[in-house]
Design a binder for this molecule. Structure first.
Ligand code: ZN
Length: 130
């Protein structure tokens, strides 16, 4: 079902294109001080256009995200419209798209996809607590 992401030889940090083979997703739009306004507009517009829930625009690092970010929550039903739209309208921004399967580590590695350049995530929070 997940065609295109089964090649184990692909290094984890190479940019995989999003595939619509999961039920639910997050898109995390990455930005910085210069691109804040653009990113905010992009997220709000996506939310409006596709009737999606858009999270806060974080001007700080949250979760495993190494840059400022804004989250869009969507399901496989919106994928085919939203993802190409984001790709077309994202300018130079990097967007992480990852599945929501309940396994945080997998969601941010095996099931993580990129529009634009990929960025190394901070996986330390997913390490088992001892
Ligand atoms: Zn997420």
């Amino acid at each position: 079902m997940c065609t295109g992401i089964q090649n184990n030889e692909i290094p984890m940090n190479s940019a995989k294109r999003p595939v619509n083979c999961h039920k639910a997703y997050h898109a995390h739009v990455y930005f910085d001080r210069q691109t804040l306004e653009f990113a905010e507009k992009l997220c709000l517009e996506a939310g409006d256009l596709f009737g999606l829930k858009v999270g806060r625009v974080h001007q700080k690092l949250v979760g495993p995200h190494p840059r400022w970010s804004c989250q869009i929550i969507f399901s496989h039903k919106s994928f085919d419209e939203l993802v190409p739209w984001l790709d077309k309208n994202r300018g130079n921004l990097s967007i992480l798209i990852h599945a929501l399967t309940g396994d945080d580590l997998k969601d941010h590695t095996e099931f993580a996809y990129w529009l634009g350049d990929c960025v190394a995530l901070d996986f330390s929070m997913f390490a088992p607590q001892t």
